[in-house]
Design a protein around this ligand. Structure first.
Ligand SMILES: *[C@@H]1O[C@H](CO)[C@@H](O)[C@H](O)[C@H]1NC(C)=O
Ligand SMILES: *[C@@H]1O[C@H](CO)[C@@H](O)[C@H](O)[C@H]1NC(C)=O
Ligand SMILES: *[C@@H]1O[C@H](CO)[C@@H](O)[C@H](O)[C@H]1NC(C)=O
Ligand SMILES: *[C@@H]1O[C@H](CO)[C@@H](O)[C@H](O)[C@H]1NC(C)=O
Ligand SMILES: *[C@@H]1O[C@H](CO)[C@@H](O)[C@H](O)[C@H]1NC(C)=O
Ligand SMILES: *[C@@H]1O[C@H](CO)[C@@H](O)[C@H](O)[C@H]1NC(C)=O
Ligand SMILES: *[C@@H]1O[C@H](CO)[C@@H](O)[C@H](O)[C@H]1NC(C)=O
Ligand SMILES: *[C@@H]1O[C@H](CO)[C@@H](O)[C@H](O)[C@H]1NC(C)=O
Ligand SMILES: *[C@@H]1O[C@H](CO)[C@@H](O)[C@H](O)[C@H]1NC(C)=O
Length: 421
């Protein structure tokens, strides 16, 4: 397959293109390392543990009822999104679907309706009051950053932060930090798509399908050395684990995913994916000074149809699926459940240490939104783009719902810990 010059640059990404602003686009393409035949999605039903939540936000905050906000459906919402590409200047081109000519608007007119309660609208003032004096960080890949950018837009209705990235890093493409002076609130992201130490294994350098080495039992210090400072940690990862990888444990090569080497054991992507999450959670639990709340956002499904991501696959739908049309199954179910199992084990350990681990269980919800991706409308037209993006989410778009969930959980946290709002 041909990779044009600017794409090669982009695809080289973090490892070779640190100094080029264009590399911001990389994340998108590198993350497209997924093949997701929709045929993989079929019936499955899991029991859904309920989550203790606030019954009624206008009500007595001591009264708490069970409501699983992650179980529900998308319902029409004529009012539309909180912001537009004209009112929010934080939307990067890759996710600025309106700016780049996406013709349909229906995807902006749906809201998540939990079965047992209402999901309150995002209230930027309330959010900022809740996080006043705190530091929040997104750890992981560019889908996590996608949520951070949604949050920047949602908050911009009330407050604009100062970009203080350069005070902390020279790599401002991958590591961003914003400061809301009015609220003494810091919002940051720490780029670490594998959570563990990684380096190129391919002597020819980094490209979208080159082999990388993962040191599965060694946390990537890009986040591990900094996360202790934060009060609220949102952690997520996914797509990068599907590429060719060599796995190291105790410094020894133990196997690989799609490496095509005859003398190396094929361990599949699940092996590395599971262990990397294990290491990430363990790292958080064992940090000496860490007192923060950890939110683990579950796997964000891609929606390529009519071909794999690198074979003309696209996502042209303009409507959500109904629950009858698509089920969490096959590949997506594995990609969802593998870290969830690690999370549940880690949550027990965390609780023992007085740390709070909470899940943002968004996989199935987003599986219903094939209409939410940029497809070919998330980029500058002149970039000669070759692949469609069915991994990230348009802004505005259904990813804004993740921040409605986040606000809900923060309120819940505040309520249950008894402090005042
Ligand atoms: C996540 O949400 C889905 C959909 O409501 C549910 O089936 C599943 O059981 C939930 N998983 C967990 C671990 O809560
Ligand atoms: C909780 O909300 C439900 C409606 O969603 C209502 O029927 C119930 O009375 C509320 N309970 C309390 C304690 O407010
Ligand atoms: C919330 O509580 C108030 C006061 O009890 C009640 O009037 C209202 O109907 C409740 N709303 C919901 C959605 O339960
Ligand atoms: C709020 O809770 C307190 C203590 O449980 C109770 O006395 C009071 O009546 C409640 N208020 C409302 C409006 O439900
Ligand atoms: C926002 O999108 C519209 C198309 O919906 C476009 O005309 C406009 O120029 C865009 N604005 C910005 C600031 O990108
Ligand atoms: C948003 O939250 C603030 C602070 O809690 C409150 O004063 C305001 O009324 C809320 N706005 C809406 C539209 O609910
Ligand atoms: C801002 O918050 C930090 C904690 O995140 C705290 O250490 C600092 O004292 C606060 N500064 C002000 C001016 O309130
Ligand atoms: C696998 O074989 C290659 C040569 O084909 C050799 O360079 C490499 O060291 C071998 N690796 C292991 C783990 O034995
Ligand atoms: C490697 O393992 C995976 C899953 O176990 C399997 O799907 C794949 O075909 C295997 N590949 C090779 C080259 O053996």
């Amino acid at each position: 397959m041909k990779v044009k010059a600017n794409e090669a640059l982009i695809l080289n990404g973090k490892y070779t293109a640190r100094n080029t602003p264009k590399s911001i686009v990389l994340v998108l393409f590198t993350l497209l390392l997924i093949m997701l035949p929709l045929s993989l999605m079929r019936n499955s039903n899991e029991s859904s543990p309920t989550i203790s939540t606030i019954n009624n936000s206008s009500e007595n905050s001591t009264e708490v009822k069970q409501c699983n906000i992650f179980s529900g459906k998308w319902v029409p919402y004529p009012e539309g999104p909180y912001y537009s590409n004209d009112t929010c200047h934080w939307i990067i081109n890759e996710q600025n679907c309106l700016k780049f000519g996406r013709p349909d608007r229906e995807f902006l007119h749906w809201r998540w309706k939990p079965d047992e309660c209402e999901l309150p609208l995002f209230n930027a003032t309330q959010f900022l009051q809740l996080v006043k004096g705190k530091k929040m960080v997104f750890v992981g890949d560019s889908v996590g950053r996608n949520q951070m950018q949604s949050l920047l837009c949602l908050l911009s209705q009330v407050s604009e932060p100062e970009d203080i990235s350069l005070k902390y890093t020279s790599n401002v493409i991958y590591f961003r930090r914003y400061y809301y002076a009015d609220y003494n609130f810091t919002l940051a992201n720490l780029w670490s798509p594998y959570f563990v130490k990684a380096s190129d294994a391919d002597p020819k350098g980094h490209s979208y399908d080159s082999i990388m080495k993962l040191y599965l039992d060694e946390a990537d210090e890009a986040w591990a050395d900094q996360v202790e400072d934060f009060d609220i940690v949102l952690i997520s990862a996914g797509q990068w684990f599907f590429r060719p990888l060599l796995y190291y444990e105790n410094g020894q090569l133990v196997g690989c995913n799609k490496c095509g080497k005859e003398n190396v054991t094929n361990l599949s992507y699940i092996y590395g994916y599971k262990k990397a999450f294990r290491t990430a959670f363990k790292t958080l639990i064992n940090l000496k000074k860490f007192k923060g709340v950890t939110y683990f956002r579950t796997f964000s499904p891609a929606h390529f149809e009519n071909g794999d991501w690198n074979k003309g696959g696209n996502c042209v739908r303009t409507m959500p699926y109904s629950k009858e049309e698509v089920k969490l199954d096959g590949f997506v179910r594995d990609a969802y459940l593998t870290p969830v199992e690690e999370f549940k084990a880690a949550q027990k350990e965390a609780t023992k240490k007085g740390l709070q681990f909470t899940m943002l269980n968004t996989t199935e919800i987003m599986l219903l939104r094939p209409d939410g991706h940029p497809n070919n409308f998330g980029h500058a037209r002149d970039k000669n783009k070759k692949y469609n993006d069915c991994v990230h989410w348009c802004l505005p778009g259904p990813v804004d719902t993740w921040n409605e969930f986040l606000l809900y959980m923060l309120k819940l946290e505040q309520t249950s810990s008894g402090s005042k709002l």
